[in-house]
Ligand binder design. Structure first.
Ligand code: NAD
Length: 283
């Protein structure tokens, strides 16, 4: 039976530690604050934003929410970001993605001051991750690294296979594994004979966005399997990218969906916000 990597519990522990850290920082006059901007009515985004607000409360982090209507222009959004870039009480800025189609995501990301970019999507922060000298780590891949640590498996020298090459998960995930001396393979939609690659993995990270895509027979006996996927099924239930029933019989450790990577992402956002308060204080 595979060890269950309970992100819910690990994230609660991290948030408790952050609350203590935040109290100490406040005593020194450093006040972490997060601004979350959401444009439009996407229901999944609304849930994510609510979770982020709640996490701020749990960690003693000041937060501001800007819920803008769907028809907000790019100029209006950029103006708000500029205002927040200069706002003293705000150390971290997050624009919930996706933004409506008439707004250019890249322009929005690049408008955020890199020192307040707690999602670590700005090219400056992406570059810093590449060279291994960074303030902020993208939240989901950082959460995955915490769960791998929780498995007790040392990444160094291990075969690590990441399925998915998106800018927010797959690519930074591969870099973080590499920084911990893993031997990393990135697989994607054009990869040939995927199962042959995934079956080599001591550590397998699935970030594909296809429900139950990775089956038990694609997994090496005893592997650490991290399921980043969040797929909403027709019955409204959440489903991962890994077929849990077959995978847990083979894996050494595995994350559930929900309750695995999801809560870790939010905890890592809180960590970045606290870090941002220190980074902004020292500039
Ligand atoms: P994406 O759609 O940007 O990328 C999906 C990746 O999967 C692509 O790089 C593509 O090459 C690869 N892919 C598609 N079909 C494939 C195939 N047949 N074989 C191999 N690779 C294939 O998605 P994303 O933003 O990286 O998100 C991936 C999943 O993770 C989604 O389910 C998303 O909801 C979830 N997600 C979860 C969190 C979290 O907090 N837990 C955060 C971000 C994303």
């Amino acid at each position: 039976m595979a060890k269950l990597l309970m992100g819910k519990e690990v994230s609660a522990r991290i948030k408790n530690e952050l609350r203590e850290e935040t109290e100490k920082l406040k005593a020194r006059g450093i006040n972490p604050g997060l601004a979350v901007i959401i444009v439009g009515e996407d229901p999944a985004s609304q849930v994510y934003v609510r979770n982020k607000e709640r996490a701020c409360e749990e960690c003693g982090i000041y937060s501001e929410k800007y819920a803008l209507p769907e028809e907000t222009t790019q100029e209006e959004l950029l103006r708000l970001i500029d205002e927040l870039n200069h706002k003293e009480c705000i150390s971290g800025i997050l624009v919930q993605l996706p933004v409506p189609k008439h707004i250019d995501e890249k322009t929005v990301i690049e408008a955020i001051d890199p020192k307040k970019d707690v999602d670590a999507f700005h090219p400056v922060n992406v570059g810093k991750i590449m060279v291994g000298n960074y303030d902020f780590v993208p939240c989901t891949p950082a959460g995955v690294m915490e769960l791998i640590k929780e498995s007790g498996v040392d990444v160094s020298g291990k075969e690590c296979v990441v399925v998915g090459r998106s800018n927010i998960v797959g690519k930074p995930q591969a870099m973080l594994l590499l920084h911990q001396n893993g031997t990393v393979t990135i697989c994607h939609s054009r990869t040939k004979d995927l199962a042959e690659k995934t079956k080599r993995a001591d550590i397998l990270v699935a970030a594909v966005g296809i429900p139950n895509f990775i089956k038990g027979d694609m997994i090496k006996e005893g592997a650490v399997v991290i399921d980043v996927g969040i797929n909403r099924m027709p019955d409204k239930k959440l489903c991962g990218d890994v077929e849990f029933e077959t995978a847990e019989k083979v894996a050494g450790a595995i994350t559930p969906v929900p309750g695995g990577v999801g809560p870790m992402t939010v905890a890592m956002l809180m960590k970045n916000t606290v870090r941002a308060a220190m980074v902004n204080k020292s500039r």
